[in-house]
Design a protein around this ligand. Structure first.
Ligand code: C2E
Ligand code: CA
Ligand code: CA
Ligand code: CA
Length: 278
């Protein structure tokens, strides 16, 4: 009925308003977050599935407003991207991740650090120059740094992305495709990017033991990586069974709660003395 239709409309309308209001509030808070020292990085271990050793860590951003609860990056990163705040925030992440790589190196723990890079940083900033300046300041060997980019980011403007990636590759950084399998990348383009690694998205890992389709996708990603001569890492590995299955199918590396949650840098250093599980 008409009334029902109107009701539905205003329901969506209100939901949209609520969403817009939330974004405004997040945006307001996020604008001050850097100056107020509310942002920090945590690190999640990455493990070699053959040796069981931790070789690297993904830097993950955390925001805890001074007078509030922590806000999840899946909520605030999109707001930061829409508003352009991802540029200063992304620079903070790069600085901090390099400084941490340097501290670990100085402590005799050469851990590779993976940094998430947003498309805005690729297309609307001089990422190559930013990294060069931070690299010079910190003296971190570029091969200790890996940059994670999503496939949808790269497909936005294949030619521009390729130019940036070629420069990053020449500078010596590792390049990984994040959340692989969830975007729409064309394999024809993919092979032209100078990549080192594909990262199997958690959505295919969660049920990899019980769901034949997810398993087929995970295996396909591993095959693609192998035929392109890239390494492959699985994210979201939570059980020994998942790790064993992925390893059996040729996956090189894994990351997930099984090996460790995202944690403070000092805590991660403590993990390195003991071999990881699985
Ligand atoms: P992502 O890059 O796919 O990161 C992996 C996410 O999965 C992280 O969520 C991590 O905590 C979570 N995770 C890791 N292992 C497991 C597991 O075994 N089980 C489950 N259920 N979850 C697991 P987080 O930290 O909330 O980050 C969410 C997203 O926010 C990231 O997804 C990334 O897209 C974005 N993000 C985080 N930090 C940054 C950053 O510094 N820059 C940019 N541009 N994006 C970031
Ligand atoms: Ca990532
Ligand atoms: Ca990911
Ligand atoms: Ca993911």
């Amino acid at each position: 009925s008409k009334e029902c239709g109107r009701g539905t409309f205003s329901y969506f309308d209100e939901k949209m308003n609520a969403k817009a209001a939330e974004r405004l509030i997040l945006h307001g808070g996020l604008r001050q977050a850097l100056g107020r020292d509310e942002l920090s990085l945590v690190y999640q271990p990455q493990v070699n599935l053959r040796t069981g050793r931790v070789f690297g860590a993904e830097a993950l951003l955390r925001w805890t407003p001074r007078d509030g609860e922590p806000v999840s990056p899946s909520r605030f990163i999109p707001v930061a991207e829409e508003s352009g705040l991802i540029l200063p925030i992304g620079e903070y992440v790069i600085h901090e991740a390099f400084r941490q790589a340097r501290r670990w190196c100085d402590a005799g723990l050469p851990i590779q650090v993976s940094i998430n890079v947003s498309g805005i940083q690729i297309y609307r900033s001089d990422l190559v120059a930013t990294l060069a300046a931070v690299q010079r300041d910190t003296g971190v060997a570029p091969d200790l740094i890996e940059l994670e980019l999503t496939e949808s980011t790269l497909m936005e403007d294949v030619n521009a992305a390729r130019e940036v990636l070629d420069a990053l590759k020449r500078a010596g950084y590792g390049l990984a495709i994040d959340d692989f399998g969830t975007g729409y990348s064309s394999l024809a383009y993919l092979k032209r990017f100078p990549l080192n690694k594909l990262k199997i998205d958690r959505s295919f890992v969660t049920d990899v033991c019980s769901n034949a389709e997810d398993r087929a996708i995970a295996r396909a990603v591993i095959q693609i990586a192998r035929s392109l001569n890239h390494r492959v890492i699985a994210e979201g590995v939570e059980t020994v069974e998942q790790a064993a299955l992925l390893r059996r199918h040729g996956c090189n590396e894994a990351q997930g709660y099984l090996f460790g949650r995202p944690m403070a840098a000092d805590e991660l250093a403590g993990l390195l003395d003991a071999p990881a599980t699985a």
